[in-house]
Design a binder for this molecule. Structure first.
Ligand SMILES: [Zn+2]
Length: 252
């Protein structure tokens, strides 16, 4: 039997209901960044992969392959999954506290060339502790980086005002809950959109003030993966947002 279109039986209009707790994203880009290359960061590898998420890992190359930090093979595995490897100086140096311009350049350039020697295309940098000034910014540029992230300031636009001072959301701390993390993302969309960069450090249960536990990170990643797959959220590495050619390593 065919129901006549002019049927007098009142039928409720179908209402477009978002998925439970859902939101449609149109103008929001999220980047997940990890600072320092801590050994526990490697535990997020399967979580990211399962959710088709790519993150940016800023590596202190002088610490790589030492106790407490990821090995170069682990970095290669992350990279082969599509994650980005960025620079974070050779020794996690407070760059603005240094008077010697050569030392500043060496810390930034040698770190980048170390990472490129491992086989990575390195275009993104993060200032240790967020310390930068014009001199440091210039050195980052001169070492062949295409962008640099600071540690505060909130949201970015795409393209950003200044690729060498990319602001980020407040640090994720050991007491930052999933609800707050997902709310950061929803708030971006609700306030008109933008590019939100998250900063993570350790991934562990209470080993550090600047830590997210793996359970919370997994929950957040599962949520991000779902929003990416179904609801229009865009999640990219820093390099994927900024782009630009990969410049040759600079030996200072
Ligand atoms: Zn750091």
């Amino acid at each position: 039997m065919i129901l006549a279109a002019c049927s007098n039986v009142p039928v409720a209009e179908p209402v477009a209901t978002p998925t439970k707790g859902g939101i449609k994203f149109k103008n929001t880009v999220v980047s997940l960044t990890f600072d320092d290359g801590d050994a526990d960061n490697y535990t997020v590898r399967p979580v990211l992969a399962q959710n088709n998420l790519h993150a940016t890992f800023y590596i202190v190359s002088g610490f790589t392959n030492t106790n407490g930090y990821m090995t170069s093979d682990q970095l290669r595995s992350l990279y082969s999954d599509g994650n980005e490897i960025g620079g974070h100086t050779v020794n996690h140096t407070k760059l603005t506290k240094e008077n010697d311009d050569n030392l500043i350049k060496s810390e930034i350039c040698r770190d980048r060339s170390n990472l490129m020697a491992y086989g990575f295309e390195v275009t993104s940098f993060a200032y240790p502790y967020g310390y930068y000034d014009e001199r440091v910014k210039q050195a980052v540029h001169d070492c062949g980086y295409n962008n640099a992230r600071v540690v505060s300031g909130g949201l970015n636009t795409i393209p950003p005002n200044d690729a060498y001072t990319l602001p980020a959301l407040p640090y994720i701390m050991s007491d930052t809950k999933f609800a707050k993390m997902s709310r950061y993302v929803k708030d971006v969309e609700n306030e008109g959109g933008g590019w939100a960069i998250f900063i993570f450090h350790h991934v562990c249960d209470g080993c550090d003030k600047f830590a997210v536990d793996l359970y919370t990170f997994t929950k957040f990643s599962n949520w991000l993966g779902t929003q990416q797959a179904n609801n229009g959220l865009i999640i990219k590495t820093i390099d994927e947002v900024i782009g630009g050619e990969v410049k040759p390593p600079v030996i200072p």
